[in-house]
Every structure is written in C-alpha cells, then in structure tokens.
Design a protein around this ligand. Structure first.
Ligand code: HEM
Length: 503
C-alpha cells in the first residue's frame, strides 16, 4: 500500500453485535424495567457496557448512546434523519395534545417559528412584570408556610408557579393558581395527564384502545377538563383580537400569534389546541422540578447557599426604578447580574437533568460510533453520563456551581465554566439538558429566568432546612425529587457578597 492510498475504514458492526444485558427469551429486560427508575437502570448499563449498547424490551430492540458527539449527531440530524419515538405522535394526537413537541417534518417546520418567537428574550423582557407578579405570589405563599413551621411541598407550589407564568405569558390569562387553596383543579388535571403520557409512551401494547381501565377513564376526564381550560384561553384571546385587530400583525402573546396563523389557515384547529396544551405541559414539570432540585442541592450545601444568598440580597438591594429592597426582582436587567445563581441553575441541570433521556426513531440507515443503525431503529440518548464525564467537567459528581463562573474557568483552564454560551468545547458539547440541534427547547430562556427569579427571592427571604426524608429520583414524564419537603423559615439579617466565602 502506498502512502497516498486512502486509509481503509473498518467495517461497521451491526446492532446485534453490540454489548448489552442479555434478557429473557421473548421478554428481553422487561423483568427489570420500571418506568420510575428507567433512567437509573440505563445509566448503570452505560457504565457496564459503554457509550453504545443495546437491550430488548419485549420484541423491541433499543440502542442506547451516551457519547456526546454521537448524541449531538442524532439531535442535529432532524427532521430528516431522526424523529421522536414513533409512538409519541399517535399517542399525543389521540390525547389532543399534538403540538410542536410531537409534530414531525413539514408540520414541525411550520409550527416552530411561531413558538420560538413567542419565547425569545425580547418577548420575555416585555412580559417580565407577569413573572415578577407570580414570584411575589410564591413568596407570599411561602411566608404563610414558614409561619406554620411545617415542611413545604415545594415541588407542588413551584408547579403552580410555572403554570401561572406560562398561562400569563403565553396565553394572556392570569389563572392565579398560587393564590388558591389546595388542591388546584388545573394543576391536578395536568399531573394526571403527565402520568397518563408517561404510562402510554412506555406501554408495550396500546391496551387503552381496546379496554379502558379506571386509570384510563381518569386520564380522559383530566384531558377533557384541561381542554375546557384551553378553550377558555382561546375564547379570551379571540375577544381581545376582535377588539384590537392590530394584534393579528403584532401579537402580544403566543396565543395571538397562533390564532392569527389559524385565521390565515396556516394552522388547523387541532394544531391550535394541541400547541396550547403542549406549552402548558412542556413549561410546567420541567421547570418546577429543576427549581426544586436546585433548592434541594442548595439545602445540602450551606457554603454555596450563603454566597448565593449574598448575591440575591445585593441584587434586590441594587434595583433601579424605586424597587431597591423589594422581595422580588422588578428590573429585567438585574436578572442578568446573577452569575452564581445562574451557575446554580446550570449545575442543577447538569447533575439532575429533568429530561435525562430522549428516545428517537431512525428515519434512514445511518452510522453511530462505528455501528450500522438501520432505519426504524429506536435510539435512546442519555444526558447525564457525558455531563458527569471527568474529561469534560473536573470533580464531576460534586455540586460546584462556581465552575460556571467566568473567572474560575479562566483560572483553572478547565474550559468548563462561564455559562452554556461560553464554556469550552468539551464541556459545552457534553451539557445538553435542553436537547440540541434544530429542535432544542424553545423554553430554555424562560425556564432559566423563572429559576433565577425564584432562587433570588427564596434565598433572600428564607432559611432552608434540608428534607428530613431521603430524596429519590423518580422518573415520570420528567425526573422529579420524590420526597422533597423543605422547611422554610424567615431569614435573619445577613452578610453581603463582599464577605461571602465563595466570591
Ligand atoms: C428546565 C426546564 C426545561 C427543560 C430541562 C426542557 C427540556 C427540553 C428538552 C430536552 C426538549 C427536547 C429538545 C430536543 O428534542 O432537542 C424540549 C423541547 C421543548 N420544550 Fe422544553 N424544557 C424546559 C422548559 C420548557 C419551557 C418553560 C417551555 C415553554 C413554556 C418548553 C417548551 C418546549 C417545547 C415546545 C419543546 C418542543 C420543541 C420542538 O420539538 O421543536 N420547555 N425541552
């Protein structure tokens, strides 16, 4: 062979040659599979079998990938090369929640810009006062809880918070679930729908199409009730648009934009309804669980908590426009000056990614990590293994939000700091809690903003006592901190950033 000859590439291995746990005949690994712990099982197997392995669930073979570059290829090669798990769209359709998340191909291309525009940073700035109001209501609710001295179900309250923000910001309706007594019907229905989606996507057979159990009837009741709430939002927005026709060209919120597209026949009635439901669902659990995980991690790291509290108090005190000393940030600009609090949110997403796995179906034959992936294969990507890989993040299992601060990244030369837009190559590629490629999460800015607002107010106002019971990772539609009950007590006067240990 001469030196100019091309280097021969090794032949691709087939999926059947991949390592993986050997299952039982006909059942595969069904006997070990529990939806509530699925991510932990898949991560354990990734440790044993490496960055690409396979396993069987009943008749279905699943290829699991946890190497950052290969995962990013799957995410980027959409919509042509991969689609979401083939079961998602039909299930979402029959539940009346088929919107941007479940749309594919041209339907997805048409819907994506509408949703993207409504959640971009300019829109968030304009609607910032509704986020500040929801944060004030959460503060008031937690003041009442603190007065009782009882542990607080922070996750439930945070879910009310995210529902209130999404409804005000995207649909122009203040549902004010934070000001109501338990149990709030909309929140309860959304919870039921989440359980139903998780159950149906993970089901081996669509048994509910032939026989409806009590649980199926309960899901359908919740869907009908949530759908009535959505019809209410739509009716309200239609009235506004009839009174102010200029909202067609200059929509004030996502629902105006969707209705204008619907009137222009660029969006069907089902798509209109499906997208309102999608936003309601996509913005709720993901964000509330991320904030809950951040509070849990902070309650266990008093040194970080002290420094973050100093940052929060400084930011609240330094606000412009007569808001100095308020319990909530009222000035959008100040939310950009919270480097440690932003680091806490990113670190919570790194260690506790609420969407720890995503499932895709290959649309054509392709290659991943030297393996031939035939069209129609199921490919699962795991977010946490690359985000806790020591090659990308030093001391990877430790909660260390200051790794995201620009100064620390420069000093350590690790390239693993300074936020998702400026981290060095390895760490940036390994961190994908919001997905990636053309379908990355359009709610990312909103989610981080909500988390920063809640953390600033909570840290400045309350002491956190850790959960008395162990907190477990529980997988449903998202990964939640099961058993989390924090005791909140009203904060004593405290030091500022100048004498905090971390800054
Ligand atoms: C911490 C909070 C959140 C996390 C971790 C998260 C995570 C994700 C992930 C992993 C995806 C899939 C991305 C992909 O396929 O590459 C996604 C998609 C999506 N998210 Fe989020 N999300 C969060 C908050 C939100 C919020 C607040 C909204 C809106 C109110 C939202 C709306 C959506 C929508 C509509 C999609 C579908 C996008 C598409 O397929 O084009 N998310 N999110």
């Amino acid at each position: 062979m001469s030196s100019t000859d091309p280097v021969p590439t090794p032949p691709l291995q087939e999926v059947r040659d991949l390592p993986g746990p050997r299952g039982l005949p006909g059942l595969g690994m069904l006997h070990r599979w529990r939806v509530s712990r699925a991510h932990l099982l898949l991560e354990d197997w990734a440790q044993t079998y490496g960055p690409i392995y396979r396993f069987k669930l009943g008749p279905q073979t699943v290829v699991v990938v946890s190497e950052a570059d290969a995962m990013m290829r799957v995410l980027r090669e959409r919509p042509q090369g991969f689609r979401r798990h083939f079961a998602i769209r039909p299930i979402f359709r029959e539940m009346g929640i088929d919107g941007l998340f479940s749309a594919e191909g041209d339907d997805w291309r048409r819907q994506r810009p509408l949703v993207m525009r409504a959640l971009d940073p300019a829109h968030l700035r304009r609607f910032f006062p509704v986020i500040a109001t929801a944060t004030e209501r959460l503060h008031a609710r937690w003041l009442s809880s603190a007065a009782t001295g009882m542990p607080v179900d922070v996750r439930a309250d945070l879910t009310r918070y995210t529902v209130d923000v999404t409804c005000s910001l995207a649909f122009g309706t203040d549902v004010a679930t934070l000001t109501r007594d338990d149990p709030d019907p909309l929140q309860r229905d959304l919870d039921r729908i989440f359980t139903g989606i998780a159950h149906r996507i993970n089901a081996l057979w669509p048994s509910w199409r032939w026989y409806r159990t009590r649980a199926d009837r309960e899901i359908e009741r919740a869907l009908r009730a949530a759908s009535r709430a959505v019809q209410g939002f739509i009716a309200h927005a239609r009235t506004e648009m009839a009174a102010q026709p200029q909202l067609r060209d200059e929509p004030a919120n996502l629902l105006h934009a969707l209705l204008a597209a619907n009137e222009a026949q660029r969006l069907s009635d089902e798509e209109l309804h499906g997208n309102v439901m999608t936003l309601l669902l996509a913005g709720e659990d993901t964000t509330s669980n991320t904030i809950a995980w951040a509070l849990h991690l902070l309650s266990q790291h008093p040194d970080v908590l002290g420094a973050a509290r100093a940052e929060a108090i400084d930011a609240l005190g330094a606000q412009a426009g007569g808001h100095a000393g308020a319990v909530v940030l009222h000035d959008f600009e100040s939310t950009r000056q919270l480097p440690l609090i932003e680091g806490i949110v990113l670190e919570a997403l790194r260690l506790k990614p609420v969407a720890p796995l995503n499932m895709f179906t290959a649309l054509r034959d392709t290659e991943l990590l030297g393996t031939h992936i035939p069209a129609r294969s199921l490919v699962c990507i795991l977010k946490r293994p690359p985000a806790t890989d020591p090659q990308a993040f030093g001391d990877p299992q430790t909660f260390r939000p200051q790794r995201w601060l620009a100064g620390e990244a420069a000093a350590s030369g690790s390239g693993s700091g300074a936020g998702p837009d400026s981290v060095g190559g390895g760490a940036r590629r390994a961190f994908m809690p919001f997905g990636g490629g053309p379908r990355f999460c359009p709610g990312r800015y909103l989610a981080i903003l909500e988390a920063k607002m809640v953390l600033t107010t909570t840290l400045a106002a309350f002491e956190l006592t850790p959960s008395p019971e162990p907190v477990q990772e529980l997988m449903g539609m998202t990964m939640q901190p099961d058993g989390l009950k924090l005791r909140l007590s009203v904060q004593r006067p405290m030091r500022t950033a100048q004498n905090s240990p971390l800054c």
